[in-house]
Design a protein. Sequence first.
Length: 173
Amino acid sequence: MSDPNDEIHDPCAGCTGRRDFLREAAGIAVALLVGLGAGREQAEAQALGVAPVRALAFGEQKATYPVPAADGVTIDREREVIVVRWQGKAYAFALSCPHQRTMLRWQEGDGRFQCPKHHSRYRPDGTFISGRATRGMDRYPVLLEGGKLVVDLARPIRQDRDRAAWTAAFAAV
């Protein structure tokens, strides 16, 4: 007869602990892989420089800009346009924050745009990160014509009103 104080060995008792450990380890591994990808993207964004630019031509609410030679941010203060080349795409944005129309600033050290008034933050592709704004930066339609970017300033696209057009508003470079 066995003593009730003796421990009974159950070969499956530790299985739950091992399964939990493996599940947690897999979750950590996935998080690290995702984090490494996000870290690479963040490092690329931080490397973007900023420079002033002037439209090569302007007429009929269209402005023509040189295609940036490398990833970077150019700002046309006269027309209040931001031109960004990032990850093989060229974008054009309104210079003002969609929340209360304050002029956005490029935060080179952080690799993002930020509104100085309420601190809304945006990725280089205009995607909203955080802050009081509730949507991405306003994009303009962009075409690549004759080696130049043609920006249609008459048609700003709001992410919350036409997500498909907003998502498609870039030129592959």
